[in-house]
Ligand binder design. Structure first.
Ligand SMILES: *[C@@H]1O[C@H](CO)[C@@H](O)[C@H](O)[C@H]1NC(C)=O
Ligand SMILES: *[C@@H]1O[C@H](CO)[C@@H](O)[C@H](O)[C@H]1NC(C)=O
Length: 226
């Protein structure tokens, strides 16, 4: 492209600086390269070239402007994702020896005391409730484990995942055959900022644990939504 423009300009310059007869006034050199087209119809290709240059400049400028605005949009989305790093993962207890929560005569929320991670501080160790601060699709997992102490004792490893106080899914292992049992559930849920997620232990159920962390409750934001 540069070479073509140069040839074009040379052609225009040649037209401007022809030898004159003695005494004849030398024409003033054109300062605007485009002006050569007016002075010399022979350099008309140049006009076409300049028009083409203008067109390309506009084209590249528009493309650049579009790319810049798309880049801004991407950056805003990324900032939103980074600001919404929500993840919690907790376990029932830190007791060195096996310790049971329950059974109780009525339902109650489980206050998981050991915190693996609480990014975004949405989980409360006092209440056992996870407050949703960013709307989006979350992965929630619940594992229960219990130990009846001896075979033929009643084993009741049961707990329900509740969102805004309503049961969403449950784990239940009740029998008199096993001394120990465990169960796990994993769900993907679309949650809204302000929702509460917790684990309810129905009356009669009991969960046992020690530092092995057999009972865990975890949730993290897969991706945010508006
Ligand atoms: C390129 O686009 C910007 C934004 O629309 C404008 O301000 C600027 O004058 C344009 N430049 C050219 C060379 O067209
Ligand atoms: C969760 O929300 C409830 C009600 O909005 C509030 O009482 C509680 O303190 C919140 N807990 C956390 C850990 O933010």
């Amino acid at each position: 492209m540069r070479a073509i423009v140069l040839i074009c300009l040379l052609h225009a310059a040649h037209a401007m600086f022809q030898w004159n007869n003695p005494g004849e006034e030398q024409p003033l050199p054109e300062t605007r390269p485009g002006g050569a087209c007016v002075a010399d119809p022979g350099s008309c290709g140049c006009c076409v070239m300049w028009k083409e240059m203008d067109r390309l400049t506009t084209y590249f400028n528009t493309t650049l402007n579009n790319l810049e605005s798309q880049c801004e949009q991407t950056k805003r989305s990324l900032d939103k994702i980074e600001a919404g790093r929500d993840a919690f993962s907790v376990a029932l207890t830190d007791h060195p020896s096996i310790n049971c929560f329950g059974p109780f005569p009525s339902d109650r929320l489980i206050p998981y005391k050991h915190v693996f991670i609480n990014l975004g501080e949405g989980y409360s160790v006092n209440t056992g409730v996870f407050n949703v601060t960013h709307s989006g699709v979350y992965s929630i997992a619940l594992t229960v484990y219990s130990d009846a102490g001896a075979a033929r004792n009643l084993l009741a490893a049961c707990a329900d995942l509740v969102v805004n106080g309503k049961m969403v899914a449950g784990n239940s292992e009740k029998n008199v055959h096993d001394q120990e049992d465990a169960a796990t559930l994993v769900v993907a849920l679309h949650l809204t900022a302000g929702d509460t997620v917790a684990v309810n232990m129905p009356a009669g159920c009991f969960l046992c644990d020690d530092v092995s962390h057999y009972n865990t409750f975890s949730g993290f934001l897969l991706y945010p939504t508006e």
